[in-house]
Ligand binder design. Structure first.
Ligand code: FUB
Length: 325
């Protein structure tokens, strides 16, 4: 495992020298990443925590999680694999969308993982289960260690965590599950368990199917954003991290009848949307669309609502000139 991590990091470091600066992000040639979760930490760099798709994967049987960082959003450092299913005693599949947080002087990676098999032809035969784990490190790029050696809970099924630290230091854990999509858990201060029960949120009467929630705060407004029906990025607003939420509509439309997964954050005063796109891979034997991390600028209206974002090829390639002048 150690050798695998070093090799992945070394290959990525070499490939991150590529001068092309556009979508998809130049995270490493031949590397398929998805579900980018972006954060800026104390050192002023922007960190991306991603899922890691296997080359030409037939289903989402991913094995590990990766991290990347950049200062100018043009030159990316590949920090390699930061946690793998091999490091877990309780899951052997579905290394899906991670998120990260900094609290108590430590970095936390919250991640979904699971067991069993999803039978897409005969769903009644499926044995797939997923839960959320919490890993900790003194470094933003790991290696991360499973902090409790088990999932945070086993029921209900949970996937796609979003860990939001509020201004008062409270950590809120949002996720998507089966029929439990609009719940949030308050984390204990030590981040090793949830504090109390899952809290059902008031979504203002509109609760469509969704994946990958992402929560952030801007001014006095909280934003609950998500790929509605797994495809179209939409959002709600509230004045508290637990709602009541008010639906606001679309941020980004769908592409290719395929999933999207995103994060929204502010870096150097500029708001950014990180997400993934399905590109026809030209450097691959399977000649099918594979997922790659991408980014766009994101803007707000005066009333705090979000302006719709279009997918572009140029992405944030002029970030250094435009924002860092
Ligand atoms: O990457 C695996 C899964 O696909 C994620 O958990 C979902 O959000 C979708 O992006």
């Amino acid at each position: 495992m150690f050798k695998k991590r070093i090799a992945a990091a070394a290959v990525g470091l070499l490939l991150s020298q590529n001068p092309v600066m556009a979508n998809p992000l130049e995270l490493g040639e031949g590397l398929r990443t998805a579900d980018p979760s972006a954060h800026v930490w104390q050192d002023g760099r922007l960190y991306l925590y991603t899922s890691h798709d296997m080359e030409c994967q037939a289903d989402f049987h991913m094995q590990d999680w990766m991290a990347f960082s950049s200062e100018n959003l043009k030159d990316w450092t590949n920090h390699g694999v930061i946690l793998s299913l091999d490091d877990l005693s309780w899951a052997d599949n579905y290394a899906w969308a991670p998120d990260a947080a900094y609290k108590n002087g430590k970095y936390y990676l919250v991640f979904p993982a699971g067991t069993g098999f999803k039978d897409r032809v005969n769903p009644e035969k499926s044995t797939k289960w997923m839960g959320l784990g919490i890993a900790v490190s003194d470094s933003p790029t790991g290696p991360f260690k499973d902090a409790i050696g088990k999932p945070l809970w086993t029921e209900p099924y949970a996937n796609d965590p979003s860990l939001f630290i509020d201004d008062d230091g409270t950590a809120w854990l949002y996720f998507h599950g089966k029929n439990h999509d609009y719940y949030v858990a308050k984390m204990q201060d030590d981040m090793l368990a949830i504090d109390g029960d899952l809290i059902k949120m008031d979504m203002g009467g509109y609760e469509p199917k969704m994946e990958g929630p992402w929560v952030f705060k801007r001014g006095d407004n909280y934003y609950y954003t998500m790929p509605e029906n797994n495809r179209v990025l939409t959002y709600y607003m509230a004045t508290s991290p637990t709602g009541p939420w008010q639906y606001q509509g679309q941020i980004m439309d769908q592409e290719h009848q395929a999933n999207n997964h995103h994060s929204i954050m502010q870096y150097q005063g500029q708001w950014l949307l990180f997400y993934h796109r399905w590109y026809q891979a030209t450097d691959s034997d399977c000649h099918k669309r594979q997922r790659h991390s991408t980014a766009e600028y994101l803007y707000f209206n005066e009333d705090g609502t979000i302006q719709p974002v279009k997918r572009t090829d140029s992405g944030i390639r002029d970030f250094a000139d435009k924002v860092m002048k």
